[in-house]
Write a protein that binds this ligand. Sequence first.
Ligand code: PLP
Length: 456
Amino acid sequence: EGSILKVETETKDLVQMDKDHLWHAMHRYNEKASPMIAAEGKGSWFTDTKGDQYLDGVSGLWCLNLGHGRQEIAQAAYEQMMNLSYFPLTLSHKPAIELSSKISELLKGSYTTFFSNSGSEANETAFKIARQYHSQNGNPGKYKFISRYRAYHGNTFAALSATAQANRRVKYDPAVPGFLHVPPPYSYRSPFGENVENSDLLAAEYIDQVINFEGSETVAGVILEPFISGGGVLIPSKEYLTRVAEICKKHDVLLIVDEVVSGFGRTGKMFGFMHSEGVQPDIVTMAKGLTSGYLPLGATAVNSKIYENFKENGKLNHFRHVSTYGGHPASCAVALKNIEIIENEEIVKRVSELSESTLSELYELTALNKVGEVRGIGFLYGIELVEDKKSKTPVSDEFMGSVIGACKEKGLIIGRNGDTVPGYGNVLIIAPPLSSTVEDLHFVIETVKAVLHELC
Ligand code: PLP
């Protein structure tokens, strides 16, 4: 097999092999376009097979939080693989025990964690736990979940059902029954009217109304990111989440906080929900920054109120869910090392401090006619582009492509939101590794500024 592959490599180049055999994520087939093939990475930078260097301004898929090439992390994986290469969590192993305990400490509560392999699975697990919890807690009718339009919660069927981005679901629907959507806190395009004060709080109250209309005895949980990320970087006031948490409590509805992107420092706190006073989620889901992308791992942490409910034996009251690779020893060892580095190098504090100046530089861009709004927190930034400030008409796909392409020409990779609502994929997204140097950040800011000044 090795020799066949070798011959193939010699006779076709990588680009042709890629085109023939590799199905890319989110890919629109284009015979003429060549894929960018990464060869190696160091810190926030990577080099492609042509030798061109790029700063990864979106941390891969928002996960490469400590950047490429951390030897300690690779070493932790190596040592774990040599010591105990695999072990299932139907039984137990030390890295998973230590990591579950560390997660509980970081969440500042008493949490028990179920491990999986990805953010989608972490959310999938949360939905099953929530339904089963209510079912055996005397409320079998509580099965619905509420999420927000523009949210992304994953690619599996229930996670996709919580996802409320129209274009992601076309041709895959019908979704799983029992998922409802409400407007997000989004003051720039508030569904409650132009220039309405407290539009974020109105969005929170809307959740209360939906629960009332549906009947709280039918609603299992509300799932949300503290800050909608892939849906366009929406940054509500701190009070929004506090109010949603109160509403959930009032109705005995579980608050499920999706920290897949915002967890582990991305927003300048260890977890995004920690920006809002009095919020202690019932369930927290994590992935991406949990291992800084070095190995796959998902985690669903539940509070003791929920976990207690699964202790009663008999009548199928235990959680009947298993993942072969979830909580893989090497992934847990990598996560522990990743968290150790985040703590030792005070990454969260650093993000919080550096974000202020980065944001204020980016805010200057709002002087440009086509820059509708600049939003951000920590190392998570969104620049919403419009035809003009008055109409707020989103710029075209082609225009977004030209901005992203111009940044790439200058050596910077940035992203954009998915087509949340058709025609509204108009938010540039910047989320550099949390370990980016001051020079790296300067490069990101200057490149984006130069391109937008030229094109906007
Ligand atoms: N939740 C959020 C907020 C995400 O952004 C993502 C992925 O981008 C997911 C869940 C799904 O994670 P994964 O791609 O690891 O399944």
